[in-house]
Every structure is written in structure tokens, then in C-alpha cells.
Ligand binder design. Structure first.
Ligand code: ADP
Ligand code: MG
Length: 629
């Protein structure tokens, strides 16, 4: 199991040691296999009597019968265990005693290895993602001491030196360092950190040293959230998985009728035993989960968090992608480029000062540009007396007992502020400012495309996306200015958050499977409505991380292409597993058994083939290179 708690560092090789996997239960399993195998061998050599073989068969079958019955009664599902049990019993009572015992031993060995391998895959996923140190060096009253993570408190100052991992989420309060954030963001280029920079648990100080004020510890850190999400990802099953399970349960009665018919015709016990081995639909169930775990782990290593197999499959099948504009396609570095004063009673610096004050607490990318412009002018920006973010429109605040509105024309209209003329934006985003019910100024914000936006859109189209749509609450002129630089098929401007939902629903009604990419600001309902909601820059906002189905830990649009490619690879691998690993091998096996080319023991050996093939085909996803545009 992958654990969300902070644990000791696993081996760096990415592989978990075999010894740690050999639990008491596993040793008992080994003893059971050895005992059954040995007795079968001795009976075959006519050294021990038949009743001892029957005991050995009973000992060998015990765990199979147990899990088989538990599955049958709790999950109403007939697994391999039941098939192997029946095959063994048919062989033993039908006079093929040695074949039955050998077959059972081979299956036990196969199950044992498969089980061990799955655990190893999980363990190496955990090692790939990394870990957080168990202790931290805390400075208090100029004394430094080592404190276990569990005893750390928010607000304490933690020291981290070159080569060490940061143990907490927090903010830098001293020192300079270059930090490798790959465990969270997948970016290999280190980031420079200085006073005020946020830092994350699990990332590594490559050069320099930092004093960090602790903000989040243990299970609250982004890193722990990521581990917990990857762990839970197994629960959100992909539809193919459910389909495989359904087909498996539907196949079982068919298989039994088929076997009875074959027996009535041939009266050949050995043939029935052989057929039983190949008709077990168990790998159908195995074909997807390992792929999904491997793909999710691979994505996590690139800073792409996929919250379940379900979303991997949806993303692989998506054929329309919708981008929110502000903060997603743009907000590379939005900046106020011009200020128009419309009312002599409120001078230009005052417009900026009041707007910045109103926007101080907003997380909107444009709000940040306004606040930055005021800082650049050296204005003293007071804390607002009251503040309210109005979704998709802007903010309303009280500053120095004046009511300040900052946002789009709809905001002003809704507050009965007359707008004497339509603002000509020329591709920039006009932010309207009203003070005490009077429209008194416009801040023009120039926003540029994120680097790589064009490439990302082009790459998505190359990879099967048929329709790319851009949504925005901004005006049409600035929407067009941005969209014209990209290969966007459809532009929808002047939208309220609820209109964004309607656009998604409309695309869905037209038969598209829709992925929506946003930053979680003003677009959360649309993210929720889409078949897959993808949030960008989730390392910054916990809310986006929680709300989305897929969260990108950085603002890099290329990661969407990366996520799509991983999803498509995973989906293809599942199909390969199902058709080649399970379908073809079983059809060939059944044919060979019916033709009498192979007997039960060969069948048991051949049967290992698809198990191993499916496993290897799945875990190779862990190491694939992905194109990120
Ligand atoms: P987008 O759909 O492009 O992401 P939003 O729906 O987030 O845009 O915002 C729509 C419009 O509302 C913006 O273009 C801006 O004019 C206005 N707006 C929203 N929030 C704010 C804010 N905090 N400060 C200033 N303007 C805002
Ligand atoms: Mg937005």
C-alpha cells in the first residue's frame, strides 16, 4: 500500500527490496507450495500413498477455496480461484490425480509471483514519487534541534541545507537557494527561492540553505495530498475495467455449459481440465488495474495528477477541449498598460489606488496585475473595509467608506452604474472602475499568451482533438486578439460562469466528449460539468487541486499534451492486454485443448504466458517517455 503518512526513505533505485515483501503470510504460502509440490512428486514416484496426495491437494486448495468463496459471496464474482479449484477437483476425482496436483502447484506459483509483482509495482511507484524526511531541524531562540515531523507545529522555523529535502510546506523567511521541485511539478530545472517564496515538502535544496516558516506539516502538505490521490486512484475504476468484470461474469455460465457439452461428447477428463485452465476469464480483470496504476504513477512523476483510471480513459477518448482564457491560455504576465480617468473628481493615481485596494484579496490574475501596478507606482494601498468577489464580473469593496466596483461592464450594469460609452479596448482587457456609483476610470490590461500555447493547441489537434474552444468572461475584442494567435475553432466571449457551463453542455449535446482546462478562478462549475476537468497550476491553489479530475502542478500548457499522451498510451495498453494477452492466447489455448494438442500440465505452463505478458506490458508504462509539446 502507498501510505499518505510520512515514512522512511525507500531505496533510491526505484525498486523495493524483495525482503520487505516477504511477509509471514508469504512464507506460509511458499511452504504450502513446496509441501504440495513435494508430495505430488513423491506420489508420482510411488513413494507415498494416495491419501497423502489428497491431503496435499486439500492443503494447496485451502487458500484458493477461501478467496474463491469470499469473492463469490461478498462480490458475487467467480474468480480464477474457483476455476482452479474445479479444475483440480475434476482432475483428482476423474482419475488424473498427478496432473491435478501439478496443475494446482503451477497455478499457486503463478498467483504467488503475480501477487509479489503487483506489490513490487506499487512499492516502486511510491519510490518513484519520493518521500518526505522524518525529521526537521528547528530553530528556536537561536538554538537548533532535531524534531520528528509529528511534533512540528505550524509557525516554527525549519532549516534546510544543500542536498536536503524540505520537510514541510511553508514560506522562505531567510537564506537563498535553488530548489529542485521535480517531485511536485515534474520540472527538472531548479527554481530560485528567496524571502517570501513558497516551498513544498518533498522538494530538494540543490544549492544554498533556507530558513522556512512552517505552514503545513505531515498529511496536510501538497505532497501528502498527491500520495493520497495516487493511492485512491485505484478506487476510481475506468469503464473498461467494469466492462471487463461484466464480461467475465457473463462468460462464466457460458463456459460451464460449454464444458459440460464437451464432456458429454468426449468423456475426456483430461481435456476438460485443460479447457478449464484456458476458459478462466480471470486475466480480464487483471488487464486494466496495473496499467492504470502505472500510468497514474508515470504522470505524477511529470507533475500531472490524475485522480483515477476513470479520468485516464475519459481523457484518452476526449475529442473536444475547452480552454478558459484568463489565467489559462493567458496570464503569462498580465500588466496594466494604461489608465483612463473619466471623472475629474477622482484623479488617475486614486483610481489605481482604490482599484488595487478593492482587488487586494482577489485571486484573479487580473486583480494581481492591478495590485502590482499600484505597487510599481509606489502607492500606499489600504486594506478594504469589506470585500466581495462577484463571480465572472469582478469585485465590490468598501475602501475609506467609498463603494468601489472593479470589473467588467456587467458588474457596473448590475449595480446601476451608467456607462456613457462602450470602452474601445483594442485587444486589451478593460477593467472598469466605479466609485460611489460613478463610472470613473478604466484600467487597460495587456495579457499575453502563455509560452507554448500555440504548440499545445497544435499538438492536441494532431492527437485526435477535433474541436478546440476558448471561453472567456472578457470582451470579444480581447478574446479575438488572443484566439487569432492560436488555432482555435470556436470563441465564446462575455460569458458568466453559468454561461460557461452551458457552452460545455451544448458541446456534449452535440456528441463531443469534452475536456475543460481552467485555473479554478471563475470556472469551477464548468470544470465540474465537463467530462474531464483539468486544473492548471494546482501547486499554488489547493482548491483547484481538490476540484479537478486532473491537476497540473505547474502552469505549463504542454502538460495537457503530456497528460493526453499518457492517457492514450494507457488506454491502448489496456486494449492490447485484453485482446492479445487474454483473447488471442485463450482462443489458441482452447483450440489446442479441443484438438488434443496439449494436456493439463502444458496448459498450466502456457497459461503463465498471458499473465506475464500483461504484467510486463503494463509496467513498461512507468518508464515511457512522453511528448509534452
Ligand atoms: P476568463 O473567462 O477569461 O477566465 P473571468 O470569467 O475570470 O475571465 O473574468 C471575466 C472578466 O471579469 C474579466 O475580463 C474582468 O474584466 C472581470 N473580472 C473578474 N474578476 C476580476 C477582478 N478580481 N478584478 C478585476 N476584474 C475582474
Ligand atoms: Mg479564468
Amino acid at each position: 500500500m502507498i501510505s499518505a503518512t510520512v515514512e522512511a526513505q525507500p531505496s533510491q533505485s526505484g525498486e523495493a527490496g524483495l525482503r520487505s515483501l516477504m511477509t509471514r503470510g508469504r512464507w506460509i504460502e511458499v511452504a504450502r507450495i513446496l509441501f504440495t509440490g513435494l508430495v505430488a512428486l513423491l506420489y508420482w514416484q510411488q513413494i507415498v500413498p494416495i491419501w497423502l496426495l489428497w491431503i496435499a491437494v486439500a492443503v494447496g486448495l485451502y487458500p484458493l477455496v477461501k478467496t474463491g468463496l469470499i469473492d463469490l459471496f461478498t462480490e458475487r464474482k467467480i474468480g480464477t480461484e474457483i476455476f482452479v479449484t474445479i479444475a483440480t477437483l475434476v482432475a483428482v476425482f476423474g482419475g488424473e490425480t498427478v496432473a491435478g496436483a501439478v496443475l494446482m502447484v503451477i497455478i499457486l506459483i503463478a498467483e504467488f509471483i503475480a501477487d509479489l509483482n503487483t506489490d513490487r509495482a506499487r512499492a516502486s511507484i511510491k519510490a518513484l514519487i519520493g518521500s518526505v524526511p522524518q525529521t526537521a531541524i528547528v530553530r528556536e531562540d537561536n538554538i537548533e534541534r532535531v524534531v520528528p515531523i509529528a511534533d512540528l507545529v505550524v509557525g516554527q522555523i525549519v532549516l534546510v541545507r544543500t542536498g536536503e529535502k524540505i520537510p514541510v510546506d511553508g514560506v522562505v523567511v531567510g537564506g537563498l537557494a535553488s530548489v529542485n521541485q521535480a517531485p511536485i511539478t515534474g520540472e527538472s530545472i531548479p527554481q530560485d527561492k528567496a524571502d517570501g517564496s513558497p516551498v513544498f515538502a518533498g522538494t530538494i535544496v540543490e544549492a544554498g540553505a533556507l530558513d522556512i516558516k512552517t505552514e503545513k506539516v505531515g498529511g496536510d502538505t501538497i505532497f501528502s495530498r498527491i500520495i493520497a490521490l495516487v493511492e485512491n486512484a485505484e478506487a476510481e475504476q475506468a469503464p473498461v475495467q467494469k466492462l471487463a468484470d461484466r464480461v467475465a461474469s457473463w462468460l462464466i455460465p457460458v463456459v460451464f455449459v460449454f464444458l459440460i457439452v464437451v464432456f458429454l461428447v468426449t468423456r475426456d477428463v483430461s481435456k476438460i481440465v485443460t479447457l478449464l485452465i484456458f476458459t478462466s476469464p480471470a486475466e480480464l480483470g487483471l488487464a486494466t488495474p496495473i496499467v492504470m496504476i502505472a500510468a497514474i504513477a508515470r504522470a505524477a512523476r511529470s507533475g500531472i495528477l490524475i485522480k483515477g483510471g476513470l479520468y485516464l480513459e475519459q481523457l484518452a477518448k476526449a475529442d473536444a477541449i475547452v480552454f478558459d482564457k484568463t489565467g489559462t491560455l493567458t496570464a503569462n504576465k498580465p500588466a496594466v498598460v494604461r489608465i483612463d480617468s473619466l471623472d475629474r473628481t477622482v484623479p488617475e493615481p486614486d483610481i489605481l489606488r482604490l482599484a488595487a485596494s478593492a482587488d487586494r484579496r482577489s485571486a484573479h490574475p487580473l486583480a494581481k496585475a492591478v495590485v502590482e501596478a499600484a505597487a510599481r507606482e509606489g502607492l500606499l494601498v489600504p486594506e478594504p473595509d469589506s470585500y466581495e468577489q462577484i463571480q465572472g464580473r469582478g469585485v465590490r469593496a468598501t475602501v475609506e467608506s467609498r463603494v468601489v466596483l472593479v470589473g467588467n461592464p456587467a458588474l457596473l450594469r448590475e449595480h446601476n452604474v451608467p456607462i456613457a460609452f462602450a470602452v474601445q479596448s483594442g485587444g486589451q482587457t478593460p477593467v472598469h472602475v466605479a466609485v460611489d456609483g460613478k463610472f470613473c476610470g478604466v484600467l487597460y490590461i495587456a495579457d499575453t499568451l502563455r509560452p507554448g500555447a500555440g504548440h499545445a493547441v497544435a499538438a492536441l489537434k494532431e492527437h485526435g482533438i477535433r474541436r478546440v474552444v476558448m471561453l472567456t468572461g472578457d470582451n470579444r475584442a480581447s478574446a479575438d486578439a488572443i484566439a487569432n494567435q492560436l488555432g482555435i475553432d470556436e470563441i465564446q466571449a462575455d460569458l458568466m460562469p453559468e454561461d460557461k457551463v452551458a457552452v460545455i453542455a451544448d458541446l456534449q449535446n452535440r456528441g463531443f466528449k469534452v475536456a475543460m482546462v481552467g485555473d479554478g478562478v471563475n470556472d469551477a462549475p464548468a470544470l465540474a460539468r465537463a467530462d474531464i476537468g483539468i486544473a492548471m497550476g494546482a501547486a499554488g491553489t489547493q482548491a483547484a487541486l481538490e476540484a479537478a479530475d486532473i491537476a497540473l502542478m505547474t502552469d505549463d500548457l504542454g502538460k495537457i499534451v503530456g497528460a493526453r499522451n499518457i492517457a492514450r498510451r494507457a488506454y491502448r495498453t489496456v486494449q492490447e492486454n485484453l485482446w492479445v494477452g487474454v483473447g488471442v492466447v485463450h482462443v489458441l489455448g482452447i483450440t489446442a485443448a479441443l484438438m488434443g494438442w496439449i494436456g493439463p500440465i502444458q496448459a498450466a505452463f502456457i497459461h503463465l504466458g498471458p499473465d506475464v505478458a500483461v504484467f510486463l506490458n503494463s509496467v513498461k508504462l512507468l518508464r515511457i517517455k512522453i511528448e509534452e509539446a
